[in-house]
Design a protein around this ligand. Structure first.
Ligand code: MN
Length: 194
C-alpha cells in the first residue's frame, strides 16, 4: 500500500488545514512529536519519524514518566512529516475533528539492540518491539513501545517509560505541563485563536 494512503482517504484537505500528504526523504536526525488531541475522546498522538513518515499511536491517557505505568497505545494511520508542526483546529465533521496541541516534540534515537546490534526501526516496528531515547522539551529518556496483540484486528501496544535517570514516578507531565511545547498556549487559547 502506498505510504499515507489512509491519511489521504480519510480527509478532505480542502476543508481542513491539516498538512498535505508528502513523504519526506530521511534527514540525519529523526524527530518525534506528541500531540494532545481533543476529539470525540481526548487522547495523545505519539508519532515517531520512521522512513519519511510519522508512524503514529493514539495514547488515551498520554505518556507517563513512571516505569510502573503501562499506557495503552493504539496504532493509527501514518501521518506526513509536516504534521509534526500542526497545531490548531480540525473542523467538526472532518476526520479527527477537534483541537490539536503540540504537547511535546524533539529528536529521538533508536536504542533497540539485539545480539549486540542495533535493530533498524522498520524491523522494530514489524517485531512489535520499539525502544527509543527521547530528547523532548517535556519527555526525556528511554521509552518502550511493545505490541501486545498479533494477528488480530486490533493493533494494540503499550507505551512504557524505561528505567533510567529520567524516570520519575512522581512527575505527572500530562496534568502539570499542559501547555504547547511549540507556542506555550493552552488548549483554550488554541481554540480562541481560530
Ligand atoms: Mn488523534
Amino acid at each position: 500500500m502506498p505510504k499515507l494512503k489512509k491519511y489521504v482517504e480519510r480527509r478532505d484537505l480542502s476543508k481542513s488545514k491539516e498538512p498535505k500528504a508528502v513523504v519526506k526523504l530521511k534527514g540525519s536526525k529523526q524527530i518525534f512529536v506528541i500531540q494532545k488531541h481533543e476529539a470525540s475522546h481526548l487522547h495523545y498522538d505519539f508519532r515517531l519519524e520512521i522512513d519519511g513518515v510519522l508512524v503514529s499511536w493514539a495514547v488515551p491517557k498520554g505518556p507517563s514518566t513512571n516505569p510502573a505505568d503501562k499506557r495503552l497505545a493504539v496504532r493509527t494511520d501514518d501521518h506526513p512529516m509536516d504534521y509534526a508542526k500542526f497545531e490548531g483546529i480540525i473542523p467538526e465533521g472532518n476526520y479527527g475533528g477537534g483541537t490539536v496541541m503540540v504537547w511535546d516534540y524533539g529528536i529521538y534515537k533508536n536504542i533497540k539492540v539485539k545480539d549486540g546490534k542495533l535493530v533498524p526501526m522498520k524491523q522494530c516496528l514489524k517485531n512489535g518491539q520499539i525502544e527509543v531515547w527521547l530528547d523532548g522539551h517535556k519527555l526525556k529518556g528511554g521509552y518502550a513501545l511493545i505490541k501486545t496483540k498479533f494477528g488480530s484486528s486490533g493493533d494494540n501496544w503499550l507505551l512504557v517509560k524505561m528505567r533510567d535517570d529520567e524516570a520519575d514516578a512522581r512527575r505527572n507531565p500530562v496534568s502539570t505541563q499542559n501547555k504547547s511545547a511549540l507556542t506555550d498556549r493552552t488548549m483554550t487559547e488554541i481554540k480562541k485563536a481560530q
